[in-house]
Design a protein around this ligand. Structure first.
Ligand SMILES: Nc1ncnc2c1ncn2[C@@H]1O[C@H](COP(=O)(O)OP(=O)(O)O)[C@@H](O)[C@H]1O
Ligand SMILES: [Mg+2]
Length: 455
């Protein structure tokens, strides 16, 4: 497998010929005069190869080949050849998401993040955004939203990509059978698609049950009945009730049991933190049933006594990505301190973002480094085990991880399309960039744009 970068030029020369500079032919181990197939994403053209006496890596094609391949632009990109007969230009990285047509922010609130991602390999890959409606399966093309060098966006018809990064934003839409079939179509055509869909909290519990890292998952039950809630409260003294398909802390209750004083429920109502006390368990259940009808769709989870600063609980967001070697890495860690009286550590409910070093030094002193490394190790193992038991390809994960006062590590939640709010912290900007670089590298791995022999 040979891999290098090249500059593509469009020139009106002889038809059905691709001209390659001597240096490029050498780098790709191409024999002199022969027929080759030039590929871009799902499109390919058979051409006669001719060498040019020219230094540097250059490739010349005619306007008609350029059109047939549906190249989004000329200029530099990667080129790879497995056998000296097939030349692949690319990779074509497609980002699947919702698109607002004609807008200067075509991907809505995700526009800035997607633009940043597209910058990582801007001169070594073709990036485009697309929505499910943009794919024309019979033509094998996509009506793509492409970044312009000078800023802004253009629409262009391009081939199907080499790899799909899924950032569809709607949990509901992703559960539709039609969406499932749509994504399966890529996989069936040999196009890897990663970050298949959102995880429900209960999915992750199932994926990890029976693995070596299950001891990092708090005891949990789906659709808990009154008996189970009562038993858990007696056993653990406090529990969390969370919608299995929820996010952003919405709909979460923190329930506490004190044998002398009764039951407490902490939750958020109309933008405020509420704390209610019930002397009897039935009173607590009446509240929960009044709010929800039943606890169908909820997970009850053992409460963890998190480490604290200024009496506010702290937890951590571990942003995990795959790398060029298909291994999991901890790309970044944000520490989150809960707002006063808040059930969760989300910034929207008064939480504060900090660096893990700031927090762990204060809490664990000289043991801070050791605690951080063992938590990183646990996070990698958790990612590996989730992946092993999951049917689809994963590229990134966002773990909400707690550490308790005895240094035990707990994972509350795994997000398969992690948000990027931790990267707003000035100290995590560099990690934000690094996380996108890892994602790009992983795209190279999945699309087989690699120089290694074991591909
Ligand atoms: N079992 C638990 N014990 C202690 N704190 C928890 C527990 N579950 C959740 N939390 C707190 O609530 C926050 C939100 O819970 P999480 O499961 O991440 O739900 P969401 O999808 O709403 O983010 C966590 O980041 C953590 O601070
Ligand atoms: Mg969370």
């Amino acid at each position: 497998m040979s891999l290098t970068t090249c500059t593509i030029h469009v020139t009106p020369r002889q038809e059905r010929v691709v001209y390659v500079s001597g240096d490029l032919a050498k780098a790709l181990k191409l024999a002199k005069a022969q027929n080759v197939t030039l590929k871009l994403g799902s499109k390919s053209v058979s051409l006669r190869l001719k060498l040019l006496k020219k230094s540097g890596n250059h490739l010349y094609m005619t306007p008609s080949v350029y059109t047939q391949l549906r190249l989004p632009r000329d200029g530099t990109t990667m080129i790879t050849s497995a056998n000296g007969k097939e030349l692949r230009l690319g990779p074509m990285i497609g980002i699947l998401t919702n698109i607002v047509r004609g807008s200067s922010a075509p991907f809505g609130s995700r526009t800035e993040f997607i633009r940043q991602f597209m910058r990582v390999g801007a001169d070594r890959a073709f990036y485009f955004g697309f929505s499910p409606n943009d794919v024309n399966w019979s033509q094998g093309t996509v009506s793509a939203t492409i970044p312009l060098k000078e800023g802004g966006w253009a629409r262009k018809t391009v081939p199907l990509p080499d790899v799909v990064y899924n950032r569809l934003p709607s949990r509901k839409a992703e559960k539709l059978a039609s969406m499932n079939a749509f994504k399966q179509r890529f996989v069936r055509q040999g196009i890897p698609l990663f970050n298949w869909s959102f995880f429900d909290k209960w999915d992750v519990y199932n994926l990890l049950e029976g693995t070596d890292v299950f001891n990092h998952v708090p005891e949990s039950h789906i659709n808990p009945n009154a008996m189970q809630i009562k038993e858990m409260l007696e056993k653990h003294k406090f529990i969390y009730l969370k919608p299995t398909a929820g996010s952003l802390g919405i709909g979460i209750y923190r329930l506490t049991y004190n044998p002398k004083r009764g039951y407490y429920a902490r939750f958020r109502r109309n933008g405020r933190n509420v704390l209610l006390r019930f002397s009897k368990f039935e009173g607590l259940m009446a509240l929960l049933n009044r709010h929800n009808g039943s606890l169908h769709g909820y997970v009850s989870q053992q409460g963890i006594r998190l480490i604290e600063l200024d009496s506010c609980p702290i937890d951590f967001r571990f942003h995990m990505t795959k790398n060029s070697e298909n291994q999991w890495v901890v790309a970044a860690i944000g520490a989150k301190k809960a707002g006063r009286g808040s059930v969760t550590t989300h910034v929207r409910t008064g939480g504060q973002l900090m660096t893990p070093e700031q927090v762990l030094q204060q809490v664990f002193g000289a043991r801070a480094d050791a605690v951080l490394s063992s938590t990183k190790e646990a996070a990698i193992k958790l990612a590996e085990d989730i992946e092993r038991n999951y049917r689809h390809t994963l590229g990134e994960l966002g773990f909400d991880i707690g550490i308790d006062k005895s240094e035990r590590i707990w994972m509350f939640e795994a997000n398969s399309k992690p948000g990027r709010s931790i990267f707003k912290h000035p100290a995590l900007k560099e990690e934000g960039r690094a996380s996108l670089q890892y994602m790009y590298d992983y795209c190279l791995y999945l699309s087989r744009f690699r120089s290694r022999r074991d591909t």
